[in-house]
Design a protein around this ligand. Structure first.
Ligand code: MOS
Length: 775
């Protein structure tokens, strides 16, 4: 076994994506379609005094206009529909720039956008609260955060005692700016009604969450709503929850009795889809002369909207990352006139570990200890907060392997001692971590007598490779082939033939019926379907839980289907395997055979056909492993970077990067490495470029576009070397996986800040590290 799982196989949907055949939400054709343009508030605080749609309604092509006035109970400003009571009651009150006020529906997008400019709105504007300084006087300490699942204050031991034991204290403030998700695909919805039934094609990380939230907002039973999301061009948290454009599209479609398409502009992505709040982090680190931590205190201040609470949980990793007996983590929250922030790639860990890993580096220099050595001296052998053993942890091996690949032993410990011409060279490192969680998932496997194999579950592929790894798991369990166009053989073997031979069915039968993806890629023996709320339920693709949640269910359902067929064969007097012992049976290429006499074979299709069955269907549900509560479950990693800093210009280049991870069993080494390269790339952007600039007077985002909001381009990204420590976590699930989605952004900004210090002797505690800060 295990011929397919773990292999660096190409994506099942790769061809469709690179040839433009994959239909993303906004691409889906729909007859009689109309286009919606969302009209947004032009002020950040105040009240709408008049709204006049008359000229706009008369504009060419306009079908209808729905303002907050006409459906005041419906046009909420939805953020979490889990907390509808937190939503504003009055919708003429403006809480943030860009707040949706109306949707204009027209025959074409241009007509809708033009008509939107004709709606006359007058406001009574007030002075908005914009900056953290303005918010500070009314800052508060929330009792719990993340919808009550995390406490607002976490302590252990005795901070005063920890301070008394410390030979050295690092007390610093680190800040990170407001940051925005920038998925390549902007958010989009196509909504249409058939009677009381609503269908939405939706850019979402969670089809069932969207279904439930929409049901609540529209006051419909969830089963009246179908949510479809076949491909996603990135989500990163901004597509995790129901957003206003989806509700507006649904309402508008019901009103005009035609399908309505809404595609957010890039600028609307900045005001209507959440963001990562800026953070102000006060970090105190105490240690003995030997570098043993005696106290960690981490106070994180972040900002939220005027109407909802969202805390950036910067201390989440601080609590569990290092062995330290005395700890306090606390959150403070201020309110500004902005939309509510949301989850963004490693919420908490990404900015929090920048501060913690920077402070540890500062401590290492103060104690003249190697940055790896100080981390090893404080390595948490068990979860220091809960006292639970780790389900698996190979962080020490990550340090060791990373150091080896990077050549860390050649590092001169003194800052400003490594040079290359005009460039000061710096080497820095940091640790990474992210929790491993999982949820219940249900998977249906159908084997058809025609040779079709369908595996279905309502998960999502947000671009990470879910289609691919789940197809691998199913193929492995069912003994079917996985077709991968390889680099050695780019033109492909004849996939029709391959499919047909693997199932022993004529090619004419190959393309029948249940094609979820609809195209070439399903020439895979297995057609893996996801992204439709009509499929069995799987959890949201967020919090890095998809692999750990869905792969065991796929495995269990596929294994159960295989076993059913084997049982049918050995009990069937017409089967060549009649009377064989169960232990003697194995599967390959859609055939089951006797291990002792491999010429005795039967095929899935023949078994079904002989039994007069059109198909065999198995549905299985897996829940998180009950014993997993007895373990602390985290993925870990270590990241090493080399920077070159132009001494005169302050320009910073990341020249090399090595990341080594302890992330459980890896289902596909290629998609996993791609995920890590993406995460590290984002980390480089976070360290050196990203920053949302909000005008302090108007509360408007000034750089709500991809030319002014800087993210890395190819020329900014060095060779990134990625390694995984071999792990098979015995506690998370039957497949041995952990979390990998968000882990690789964590630590990168810290490693870069530490490398910049090593290069220049300047400690930059405020992201992004731009040249002006070094001059
Ligand atoms: Mo995420 S921030 O759970 O997409």
């Amino acid at each position: 076994m295990n011929k397919i799982i773990g292999k660096p196989l190409n994506r099942v949907e790769g061809n469709l994506k690179v040839t433009g055949k994959a239909e993303y939400t906004a691409d889906i054709p729909r007859e009689n379609l109309t286009y919606g343009a969302i009209l947004r508030s032009a002020i950040a605080k105040g009240q709408v005094t008049t709204i006049d749609t008359t000229p706009a309604l008369a504009a060419p092509g306009v079908v209808d206009i729905i303002t907050y006035e006409q459906t005041p109970d419906l046009i909420k400003i939805p953020f979490f529909s889990q907390q509808p009571d937190q939503q504003p009651e009055k919708h003429d009150i403006i809480h943030y720039d860009g707040q949706p006020l109306a949707i204009i529906v027209a025959e074409t997008l241009e007509q809708a956008e033009y008509a939107a400019t004709l709606v006359n709105i007058t406001y009574e504007a007030a002075t908005p609260t914009v900056t953290i300084a303005q918010a500070l006087p009314e800052v508060f300490e929330p009792e719990s955060i993340f919808f009550g699942i995390m406490p607002g204050r976490i302590t252990r031991g005795d901070i005063a005692a920890g301070k008394a034991q410390a030979d050295i204290l690092i007390e610093q403030v680190y800040t990170t700016p407001t940051e925005h998700h920038n998925p390549l695909e902007t958010s989009a919805t196509i909504a249409f009604w058939e009677g009381d039934n609503l269908t939405v094609y939706e850019t979402t990380q969670g089809i069932s969450g969207t279904q439930k939230s929409l049901a609540k907002v529209l006051n419909l039973p969830p089963e009246n709503i179908r949510v479809i999301s076949k491909y996603l061009g990135g989500g990163f948290g901004c597509k995790a929850l129901l957003r206003s454009h989806t509700i507006l599209a649904a309402i508008a479609s019901r009103q005009v009795q035609r399908p309505v398409k809404v595609v957010l502009t890039r600028s609307q992505m900045y005001t209507n889809c959440g963001y990562r709040s800026e953070t102000h982090q006060q970090l105190t680190l105490g240690a003995t002369k030997q570098g043993q931590f005696t106290l960690i205190k981490h106070i994180g201040t972040s900002l939220t909207s005027m109407f909802e609470e969202f805390v950036e949980p910067v201390g989440a990793a601080t609590t569990m990352m290092y062995a330290c007996p005395n700890l306090e983590v606390k959150y403070r929250l201020g309110r500004i006139n902005a939309g509510t922030p949301t989850f963004m790639r490693a919420p908490g860990e990404a900015p929090g570990m920048f501060a913690l890993e920077s402070a540890i580096d500062e401590l290492a220099y103060a104690l003249n200890l190697d940055p790896i050595e100080i981390r090893l001296r404080n390595h948490a052998d068990i979860d220091p907060h809960t006292g639970l053993p780790w389900s698996s942890k190979s962080l020490k091996q990550c340090y060791q392997k990373g150091a080896e690949i990077f050549g860390w032993s050649k590092r001169h410990p003194t800052p400003r001692t490594m040079r290359d011409g005009n460039f000061l060279i710096g080497w820095g490192m940091a640790s990474a971590t992210f929790p491993t969680n999982s949820m219940t998932a249900t998977v249906k496997v159908e084997l058809f007598a025609t040779g079709e194999v369908s595996v279905q579950t309502g998960t999502q592929d947000i671009g990470t490779g879910t289609y691919t790894v789940m197809t691998q798991v199913a193929a492995e369990a069912l003994g079917l082939a996985y077709y991968s166009q390889t680099e050695e053989n780019p033109s492909s073997t004849n996939v029709e033939t391959l499919h047909a031979t693997s199932l022993h069915i004529p090619p004419s039968l190959v393309d029948k019926g249940v094609r979820g993806l609809g195209e070439d890629i399903t020439k895979q023996p297995i057609n893996f379907r996801l992204g439709d709320s009509n499929l069995p339920t799987a959890p949201i693709t967020g919090n890095s839980i998809t692999v750990a949640s869905v792969s065991p269910a796929v495995h269990q359902a596929a294994t159960a289907a295989r076993e059913r067929l084997i049982q049918m064969a050995i009990a069937d007097s017409n089967s060549p395997l009649y009377g064989c012992k169960l232990e003697d049976i194995s599967v390959e290429s859609g055939q089951i055979f006797s291990k002792s006499q491999p010429s005795q074979r039967d095929s899935y299709t023949e078994i079904l056909q002989r039994h007069g069955l059109e198909s065999l269907e198995v549905t299985e549900t897996t829940a998180p492993n009950p014993d997993s509560k007895q373990y602390a479950k985290h993925s870990f990693g270590a990241v090493f970077v080399e920077v070159a800093v132009d001494e005169l210009l302050g320009e910073i280049k990341v020249r090399r990067c090595v990341g080594v991870y302890s992330a459980g069993r890896i289902l596909n080494i290629k998609t996993a490495k791609s995920q890590v390269i993406g995460g590290i790339t984002w980390g480089i952007g976070m360290a050196l470029m990203e920053k949302t600039v909000i005008d302090a007077h108007t509360g408007r985002i000034i750089n709500a576009n991809l030319s002014d909001y800087l993210i890395p381009v190819h020329a900014d990204i060095p060779n990134i070397e990625v390694e995984f420590i071999a792990e098979h976590d015995p506690h998370v699930n039957t497949l041995g996986t952990k979390s990998l989605g968000e882990l690789p952004i964590v630590g990168v900004a810290g490693a870069i800040a530490n490398a910049v210090y090593h290069a220049t002797g300047k400690r930059i505690r405020h992201l992004p590290i731009t040249p002006d800060k070094l001059l």
